[in-house]
Design a protein around this ligand. Structure first.
Ligand SMILES: [Zn+2]
Length: 185
């Protein structure tokens, strides 16, 4: 009996330790909102209107909340391939934008749920500076291509509304803007 109890206690301990080590870490960023340093580690023309997530070409880019695809675009001279989503929350609209994609895997008008793969991370567009990363932007008006550095108008720091890694088991509050990271972690 004693042995069984001890085994059970050890199992509980092991589960706790493993559970802890499996909790996901936030994905690495290379340029935060408002930063004056670019993904290429050089000075920007102005402050950064989004967050740049590090990654490798082909990494899944996922919707940060439930929404509808309002635009897919390709601007080789600047933001490259972008997907723009609209999120309706309690009668108010928020917008998220995902740029420098290698591939776009959705279409305008599609309904997407949080965590849906909408594209693959890349380095498209001259603005990526040849560095594979995801430019993620949160807007209070429809953002269809990335705002130019220094133009923070109608943008908000996505980190303010980000609550963690996407977890398919978790229930999210539909009445609040709760973003999860736009890349897997
Ligand atoms: Zn960026």
């Amino acid at each position: 009996m004693m042995i069984r109890l001890r085994v059970m206690r050890e199992l509980v301990l092991i589960t706790a330790v493993v559970g802890c080590s499996l909790s996901p870490l936030p994905p690495p960023t290379i340029s935060t909102y408002g930063s004056e340093i670019g993904a290429n580690a050089k000075a920007r023309h102005g402050r950064h209107p989004g967050i740049d997530f590090a990654g490798t070409i082909g990494d899944p880019v996922i919707a940060a909340a439930d929404g509808v695809v309002i635009d897919v675009s390709d601007s080789p001279a600047s933001s490259g391939k972008c997907v723009a989503l609209r999120h309706g929350i309690r009668g108010r609209a928020w917008f998220t934008l995902y740029c420098h994609l290698d591939r776009i895997l959705t279409n305008r008008g599609n309904l997407v749920t949080r965590g849906t793969k909408i594209g693959e991370l890349g380095a498209s567009g001259a603005g990526a500076g040849g560095i594979a990363h995801l430019h993620f932007q949160l807007c209070t008006r429809a953002c269809t291509t990335a705002s130019f550095d220094g133009n923070l108008e109608h943008t908000v720091d996505p980190a303010t509304y980000t609550i963690g890694c996407f977890d398919p088991e978790r229930t999210y509050n539909p009445d609040a803007l709760q973003l999860t990271y736009p890349v897997e972690c």
